[in-house]
Design a protein around this ligand. Structure first.
Ligand code: G1P
Length: 294
């Protein structure tokens, strides 16, 4: 049953780590095996029951908009050839959900991108999914976060333990345990701290379920780390406010693929392809031979 919840997917980053591939194409369109990264994220939202999705776009919007639109010439060609399997995969992207786009304008940070969703989202709680983190469809995360938000009204962030040497690449959470090992109360958040001042090695991975009141906080959040308006800073304010809804964390222990940098992107493709029924049986033995020869 569709939820009364919208999802927001910020996709306005410059993708500088993947230049020149991202010179004329958003990084969210980079293929992960045979689907653009953003399609996995849209599918994840749909699987959690969300059918209204707002993508915050930067320059090079056309590839994203075209991907989720129908392509009549391609569809009729595949149809005429009787290639129903490929036709189905082409139609999947355009039939997934009700997808909207808004431009970010100036790239002033994740908090600023999320604030651009305010008019579309209105007063209801909403989910935010970042395209650099792919969550394996076999492992539940967003559904659990939405259930937790519905139970408590708190802002919910997804957290994952990372190597302390890598915490400077993430928002890090100070937490208190609850009776449930997968659920923590978040008492503070710091954006990309150095390892020596990080409150823990629990990193925010890119999934959030937020009450609309976050928009008021974002409105007055000034530039933070890197001179950007940070979503983490707005959530820190929420975590510190004893009269507000508070922030909780769902600790994810499943399979997450990072497509944000080149090495992790390559690993993500190999992992996902080797698990697939159509590619895995040929890829796995080849990988073994290849690795043996290294
Ligand atoms: C963003 C957030 C950060 C979070 C990360 C997860 O950073 O600001 O708190 O840990 O996503 O991927 P970015 O990677 O966009 O710099």
């Amino acid at each position: 049953m569709p939820l009364n919840m919208k999802a927001v997917i910020p996709a306005a980053g410059l993708g500088t780590r993947f230049l020149p591939a991202t010179k004329a194409m958003p990084k969210e369109m980079l293929p992960v095996v045979d689907k653009p990264a953003i399609q996995y994220v849209v599918e994840e939202a749909v699987q959690a029951g969300i059918d209204d999705i707002l993508i915050i776009i930067g320059r090079n919007k056309n590839a994203l908009a075209n991907h989720f639109d129908s392509v009549p010439e391609l569809e009729s060609t595949l149809n005429a050839k009787g290639d129903t399997a490929r036709l189905r995969r082409v139609l999947e992207a355009s039939d997934l959900a009700d997808i909207h786009f808004v431009r970010q304008g100036e790239p002033k940070g994740l908090g600023h991108a999320v604030l651009r969703a305010r008019t579309h989202v209105g007063e209801a709680s909403f989910a935010v999914l970042l395209g650099d983190d792919l969550i394996d469809e076999r492992d539940e995360l967003l559904t659990r976060m939405i259930a937790e938000h519905e139970r408590t009204g708190s802002a919910i962030v997804a957290l994952m333990e990372v190597d302390p040497a890598h915490i400077h690449m993430y928002g890090a959470a100070a937490i208190e345990a609850t009776d449930d090992p997968d659920l923590v109360r978040v008492t503070g958040l710091v954006e990309k701290p150095s390892a020596d001042v990080a409150p823990s090695n629990l990193a925010i991975i890119g999934r959030y379920v937020l009450p609309a009141s976050v928009f008021e906080i974002l409105e007055r959040t000034g530039p933070g780390k890197g001179g950007e308006i940070q979503l983490t800073d707005a959530l820190q304010e929420m975590a510190a406010d004893p009269d507000g809804p508070g922030v909780s964390g769902v600790v994810f222990r499943g399979r997450r693929y990072d497509t944000g940098d080149r090495l992790d992107y390559i690993k993500a493709i190999v992992q996902l392809a080797s698990d697939r029924d159509d590619l895995g049986p040929d890829l796995r033995p080849w990988l073994k031979d290849f690795a043996a020869g290294l």
